[in-house]
Design a binder for this molecule. Structure first.
Ligand code: ATP
Ligand code: MG
Length: 411
């Protein structure tokens, strides 16, 4: 991709309304643009990061048994929500936008009702269970406080997965597989997420599991055990109770995922019944599993971005581009290199703009590509391009590679 062709711009001045580090850096870098509080457009760089995060999630979820991806609608008929009583539920009223003539629809804040509606239309026999489906889609929630950039949106991206099982034991087994997949997902994105016991929400007495990342800006407080691999949310235990159980470290954290046992709340309300082998009818139990795709992007920037340096040090797996080719020559010597890299299948951003070196490097620090390649009069004199193979971790390590060798070395 040519940098001159991106439908976005980097910017020096960010509205003073933006106080979150992620919002400031992502706006400066031209990843996102705020439309109103908690509502952001994703620009080319931002969308690339979102896609890379989504692909990591897909890779893990597609490997789960009987699990396939779908895309549900965000216009959700009121009648569906009336079936479960959530249309008139006070908590739901607060967060769900209602639209259309006589409020015929709610805007998708979560998708238990529509997924259960699909389920009851398709599945009738015990032979067809367990079955699960997920989507990566926009959610709308009337969040009161939307001041944390991508971390708390009114319109945001979530991965939501739903599973249906004949027995609680079968649900438990799947639930643990999802929990393990979540830990691998966060790890692949360079995040240390701690499985955290939390309240189960309004429908169940079974606790839920959150995945929390320790951040200074975290809105949750958790108590972490000695090993640092499990925690309790303060909503289920006092500090004293937690300490007595070995959860001695108190941290601020951000919830990047949350998985729940829903029991038969939705399947019973919506009469999703399954015939058993002996002809009896049972109501399946259900699990639901959320993961905040856009919030993860915000958290990554909070942890790996620096306001002082004006830089985002993305982990390799989610950086918007693998290679950033910066051309500082008058006669665009980098153009041929760009063509070579593209032909070799390299995920490359080519800075072909007529700007000062300072401006280009400033922007490059916000792009945070893993490999930085500079073609300049000086590098050419030294024999080729100056390459920083691991910019995020070792910006000082540089080598000169001849222009002819670059494509094979970086492919
Ligand atoms: P929170 O307590 O932070 O408001 P929640 O418990 O209401 O979140 P869930 O309904 O469990 O959120 O949603 C699943 C996941 O979606 C969360 O773990 C979080 O990562 C993400 N998420 C929830 N609300 C938002 C939001 N307003 N903006 C961005 N991501 C969100
Ligand atoms: Mg939650």
């Amino acid at each position: 991709m040519r940098q001159s062709a991106l439908f976005s711009a980097t910017t020096r001045d960010v509205s003073s309304e933006e106080t979150a580090v992620n919002a400031i850096l992502l706006t400066k870098g031209g990843y996102v643009r705020k439309v109103s509080a908690g509502v952001y457009a994703y620009l080319p760089l931002g969308l690339r990061v979102i896609r890379k995060i989504s692909d990591i999630v897909r890779r893990e979820l597609d490997a789960l048994p009987n699990t396939s991806e779908i895309q549900m609608t965000n216009l959700q008929p009121r009648e569906l929500w009336q079936e479960t009583g959530r249309w008139d539920d006070a908590g739901m009223r607060e967060i769900m936008y209602r639209v259309g003539d006589e409020q015929a629809y709610g805007l998708g804040a979560t998708h238990e009702e529509p997924v259960t509606d699909l389920f009851r239309q398709f599945f009738h026999s015990y032979r067809e269970l367990p079955i699960a489906t997920y989507q990566i889609a926009t959610k709308f929630r009337g969040e009161l406080r939307a001041k944390s950039g991508l971390m708390r949106g009114r319109e945001f991206l979530m991965k939501d997965l739903y599973s249906f099982h004949l027995t609680p034991e079968d649900l438990d087994a799947y639930y643990e597989q999802v929990a393990a997949a979540y830990l691998r997902i966060y790890q692949a994105m360079g995040l240390k997420a701690i499985r955290t016991q939390a309240s189960g929400g309004v429908f169940t007495t079974i606790p839920s599991d959150e995945f929390q990342v320790v951040t200074p800006v975290g809105e949750d407080t958790i108590y972490v055990n000695e090993a640092g691999d499990h925690a309790l949310n303060e909503e289920i235990a006092t500090q004293e109770e937690a300490a007595a159980r070995g959860y001695t470290r108190t941290e601020k954290a951000t919830e990047v995922g949350n998985i729940f046992h829903l029991e038969t709340k939705y399947t019973a309300a919506m009469k999703a019944e399954i015939a058993t082998a002996d002809g009896a009818r049972v109501t399946p139990v259900m699990g639901c599993y959320g993961l905040g795709i856009s919030r993860v992007m915000g958290v990554l920037v909070e942890l790996m971005g620096s306001l002082e340096q004006g830089a985002i040090r993305w982990p390799k797996s989610v950086a918007p581009f693998a290679v950033h080719l910066i051309d500082l020559t008058k006669d665009k010597v980098g153009e041929a290199v760009y063509q070579d890299l593209r032909a070799a299948g390299v995920d490359v951003l080519y800075d072909d703009r007529d700007l000062t070196a300072g401006a280009k490097f400033g922007d490059a620090d916000l792009v945070g590509a893993s490999v930085r390649v500079v073609v300049s009069p000086r590098s050419l004199e030294a024999g080729g391009a100056e390459v920083v193979p691991d910019w995020a971790n070792h910006p000082e390590r540089k080598e000169v590679i001849t222009l002819g060798e670059l494509a094979t070395r970086l492919a």
